[in-house]
Design a protein around this ligand. Structure first.
Ligand code: ZN
Ligand code: ZN
Length: 670
């Protein structure tokens, strides 16, 4: 327990873990301050009320009032360690570092120091300009837990302010390593490398940012500029290109035995590349190309590279490097082969745009292809049967090293999702895309033995809801302990089987939680199926830190609000997700809803969050600490929980029925 925060054990008051259902905290959060003020006034001896009140004040950036509320507790319970700790933080948020230091020392003196106490102590020392002491104190925190990204960030800041850039870089790198969602740190590292004249290293970090965000003009300009200015960088890029060309020339799309009785399985069309001006591929067998009238217009040889390129209003297919072989078409072509075991390599498929895992990969696919020309852009579509498609989907969504029963859960969920969403991209000429929008599909690179086994052992099985409809089998990485209603977090109509559930058969926390207990929820490790307490695991509980500049960067990518002055929760679902947020900047304000909240506030892992923020002298947010639980939208199946259940010997059907209440399985084909 000591590893994680000053938790409940340090508190002398015994509150029951639940909120009054009547609390406006969940329906109209703007009324929460008045509501909890009134309760605290009425029953001023119940210090739990002040914890709730202070918790709400912090969310509204009302740090002076949070200080007052915590002082009420300290006055009544001078020996309660937790209240001094909270008061120290609250003083820090108001910029009163002298009092903050006094309060944090009152905690240290008790000997109940953990990484978090060292952390805040370090934060206070940095603001007081005592960098060496701050560094020592923060390092002490690392002795207790060396995977806390926020500690590394603060260490980096202390070194940066001491002008020790190399140490600052090292700590920013450690922070990124501990939690890769902090993508903006790549820029901090790049800029520090520039200050130390290490242009090659700076370039590598700019380039990483360019991969994450291909649309950011500043970054692509920067990369171009560095390439033009420094011959050594030009050389690096050429080296990468050469290696890629060499790898491609040597690569052979592997043969894969087709699934048995494949003719009985429905087919699916997956959009692999969209809005591109060129496609390059290599097939493991000789192939034929047909036009829409089913006339063969072209033939290709195995293991040679072919291009499909847009040229004006038309497009052509040709053998790479051989212009004379061009065959033009003006709507679409169908690429097929007789040898069913052969697969096709497609180059430069983009995945994860905007996320830290963004990448461009060469990968091979089973099945046939359609190249579709529309508005002078190409769409490249993989046409294959559903089961073979699922072979390439499961591992992109869940590691093959997880228990087989969990993989089977994923297989049924993915198959059901596929049939349920068959017409999602009908307008674009295919069924599903290969991105997170539908399901990440990376073809053969993601086909692994146990995933294939999971698909085979559940062949044809679909999940149906209590309404006898194909279930909307949404899933997410980790719910953090409680899944969500689709109604609450997306505004969907009520759907049977998509109601939030406590992710354990033994619910110890009664939702909805009061503001204070909500804060505890995101800061502690409740005993649920998806609980992870391992090193480097940041899917279950995490802390996202942003300085004012970082926050403004993410907000302004979506809404031009300028420098950010205020952040306010407007609505929270009863299961914990913030579903409406007010963001106020010097150029305007905006109410942000649902999933967009995660993107706007710095690519957060989930909406189950509580935050604390400080302001600078001009009233702009100076830094924000966002505490979060889980990873994903929290609707439907919790993958990490499915793994937890499988490890407790639950079978895949039981796991599915846990997450999708009232559902049942039907075998659609043999
Ligand atoms: Zn899609
Ligand atoms: Zn869960």
């Amino acid at each position: 327990m000591s590893k994680f925060f000053l938790a409940m054990g340090f508190m002398f008051f015994c509150g029951s873990i639940n909120a009054d259902i009547l609390s406006p905290y969940y329906t109209d959060t703007s009324k929460a301050i008045a509501y909890y003020s009134e309760i605290a006034d009425k029953d001023s001896n119940n210090i739990g009320n002040y914890y709730d009140l202070a918790s709400v004040f912090k969310e509204f950036g009302e740090n002076d009032r949070a200080v007052d509320a915590y002082r009420q507790i300290v006055m009544r319970r001078p020996k309660e360690v937790r209240s001094h700790f909270e008061l120290a933080k609250a003083y820090y948020f108001t910029g009163d570092y002298k009092n903050a230091e006094e309060e944090i020392n009152a905690v240290i003196i008790t000997g109940k120091e953990n990484w978090e106490v060292s952390f805040w102590s370090g934060c206070i020392l940095i603001e007081e300009g005592r960098f060496d002491e701050a560094i020592d104190t923060l390092a002490k925190g690392l002795n207790e837990d060396d995977r806390k990204n926020v500690v590394y960030i603060k260490l980096a800041q202390a070194y940066e302010r001491k002008n020790d850039y190399l140490k600052a870089i090292e700590n920013y790198k450690n922070a990124l390593d501990a939690d890769k969602t902090h993508i903006e740190l790549n820029e901090k590292i790049a800029l520090l490398y520039e200050k130390t004249q290490n242009i090659v290293s700076a370039f590598k970090y700019w380039n990483k940012l360019g991969d994450i965000d291909t649309k950011d003009k500043n970054i692509s300009e920067k990369i171009k500029e560095l390439k033009a200015l420094y011959p050594e960088i030009k050389k690096i890029i050429e080296g990468w290109e050469d290696k890629k060309q060499k790898d491609r020339a040597e690569y052979m799309p592997p043969a894969r035995l087709p699934i048995e009785k494949g003719e009985a399985i429905p087919k699916v069309k997956i959009g692999v590349l969209k809005d591109v001006v060129g496609v390059r591929f290599k097939c493991g067998a000789d192939f034929k190309v047909y036009d829409p009238t089913q006339t063969m217009i072209f033939t290709g040889e195995k293991l040679k590279e072919y291009n499909i390129v847009v040229e004006g209003k038309k497009a052509y297919i040709s053998l790479a490097g051989k212009e004379t072989s061009k065959k033009y078409f003006d709507n679409e072509i169908y690429i097929t082969k007789d040898e069913q075991a052969a697969t096709t390599a497609v180059y430069g498929v983009k995945y994860g745009e905007g996320f830290y895992w963004a990448k461009k990969v060469d990968t091979s696919y089973r099945g046939d292809f359609i190249a579709k020309l529309e508005n002078e852009k190409l769409t490249f579509i993989n046409d294959l049967n559903v089961e073979e498609y699922l072979y390439g989907v499961i591992v992109a969504e869940m590691p093959a090293s997880w228990p087989l029963e969990a993989l089977k859960v994923q297989a049924v969920a993915a198959r059901t999702y596929t049939f349920r969403n068959m017409k999602k991209h009908k307008k674009e000429g295919y069924d599903l895309c290969a991105q997170q929008h539908c399901a990440v599909y990376e073809g053969l690179t993601k086909e692994e033995k146990y995933a294939v086994q999971a698909v085979d052992e559940t062949r044809g099985e679909l999940l149906y809801s209590a309404d006898n409809d194909i279930m909307d089998t949404f899933f997410h990485h980790s719910c953090g302990g409680h899944t969500e209603d689709a109604y609450d977090v997306w505004g969907f109509k009520h759907v049977k089987g998509l109601e939030g559930i406590y992710d354990s058969n033994d619910a110890k926390w009664n939702f909805p939680l009061s503001p204070f207990w909500m804060e505890e929820w995101v800061r502690t490790l409740p005993d649920v199926y998806c609980k992870v307490d391992g090193r480097g695991e940041v899917s279950f509980r995490w802390i996202r830190y942003l300085d004012g500049e970082g926050l403004a960067y993410f907000v302004n990518r979506m809404y031009p609000l300028g420098k950010i002055q205020k952040l306010e929760p407007v609505k929270r679902s009863k299961n914990g997700s913030i579903t409406k947020v007010l963001i106020e900047g010097d150029k305007g304000s905006k109410i942000v809803n649902f999933d967009q909240i995660r993107n706007a506030l710095g690519k957060l892992r989930s909406n189950v969050i509580k935050w604390e923020y400080t302001k600078d002298a001009s009233g702009y947010i100076k830094e924000i600490f966002i505490y979060g639980a889980g990873w994903g939208h929290n609707v439907g199946m919790c993958q990490r929980g499915a793994r937890g259940m499988a490890e407790k010997d639950k079978k895949y059907k039981e796991i599915l029925y846990h997450y999708y209440k009232g559902s049942y399985i039907i075998k659609k084909y043999q």
